[in-house]
Ligand binder design. Structure first.
Ligand code: CP
Ligand code: NVA
Length: 323
């Protein structure tokens, strides 16, 4: 039985480098046509979406079905987290019916409460602090492109937000040369950088700067995300002004090698953080990246549910994925 059996995934830093690699290896095998078996046969997963989603909702739902399980999507209009019922009570109740919970919640603290209140596994489908499943798919994409992750030169241009935070932890764990470039006031949170240093034993490979040129000159990957995340709509005009000089456009791309690939977690605010010419251009890999959400999450779920679940604990049946 694998080490991920029965586990929660709240932060990508909950995983070791070896466990991330295991997820990516299984994802690659599934993508290449390996039979996942039916590790979710007879199992139901609640999928809570307090915020909108296209990729995450559909890729998780398809992954659960591929693995023989039954997804139950729940939207906030129905369960009204913290209004109709407390987060802990929602979690305790769902836990009596289902074998696991996948949740996109506005506030990370609610996801932590949910995980503490449920015996079965809880998987982060994005909060205001982290987006671990996105970054698993991103790592899969980069490994496909470059053949390796350690030492990969990734320039993240944008906000020090949830996606950036998961990226900082993943880069630290995997030895990726991550350069974060953003305007003053939008840096990664100092607590995140401190945690990355702790993860790396004092020397996280992640660097942060306000200017793009030096970070771009030998970049293999240019990554961006929206300037205004879900829930920050009131700040949109201020953010447009503050981030304008860091738009990923043809001029910015010209500062990087022509072989550099462009990634974006999507949805894109076309014309804000990225132009159509770049997003639809020859260096963009955003649709391959989006597809990899499916394979990465299918792998993750197959590893988490690789044993018989009994009140959130697993009793081994072994992974069904061939090594
Ligand atoms: N990248 C991502 O999580 O997309 P959705 O918001 O559409 O799920
Ligand atoms: N940072 C974005 C990511 C969307 C997938 C947000 O939180 O809205």
């Amino acid at each position: 039985m694998g080490s991920l059996a029965g586990r929660d995934l709240i932060s990508i830093a909950d995983l070791s480098a070896a466990e991330i690699t295991e997820v990516l290896d299984v994802a690659s095998a599934l993508k290449a046509g390996a039979d996942p078996g039916r590790p979710l046969a007879g199992r139901n997963l609640a999928m809570i979406f307090q915020r909108p989603s296209n990729r995450t909702r559909v890729s998780f739902e398809v992954a659960v079905r591929h693995l023989g399980g039954h997804p139950i999507p729940l939207f906030n209009s129905e369960i009204q987290i913290g209004e109709r019922e407390s987060t802990a009570d929602i979690s305790r109740i769902l836990d009596r019916y289902v074998d696991g919970i996948v949740a996109r919640l506005s506030h990370h603290r609610d996801l932590v409460t949910m995980a503490r209140s449920a015996r079965g596994p809880v998987v982060n489908a994005m909060t205001d602090r982290e987006h671990p499943c996105q970054v698993l798919a991103d790592c899969l994409t980069i490994r496909e492109l470059l053949g390796h992750l350690a030492g990969a030169r990734v320039c993240y241009v944008g906000d020090g937000n949830n996606v950036c935070t998961s990226w900082i932890y993943a880069a630290t764990l995997l030895g990726i040369d991550l350069r974060v470039v953003g305007p003053e006031g939008y840096e990664p949170h100092p607590v995140v950088l401190e945690r990355a240093d702790v993860l790396a034993g004092g020397h996280s490979p992640v660097r942060h700067s306000h200017e793009a040129a030096e970070s771009l000159e030998d970049a293999e990957i240019i990554y961006t995300d929206v300037w205004t995340s879900m829930g920050q709509e009131a700040e949109q005009q201020q953010r447009r002004d503050d981030f304008a000089r860091l738009q990923v456009n043809d001029g910015l791309l010209a500062q990087a090698p022509p072989t550099a690939k462009v990634m974006h977690c999507l949805p894109a605010h076309r014309g804000e953080e990225i132009t159509d010419s770049v997003l639809d251009g020859p260096q963009s890999v955003v649709f391959d990246q989006a597809e990899n959400r499916l394979w990465a999450q299918e792998a993750l779920l197959s590893l988490i549910f690789s044993g018989e679940l009994q009140n959130g604990r697993t009793a081994g049946r072994g992974s069904v994925i061939p090594s």
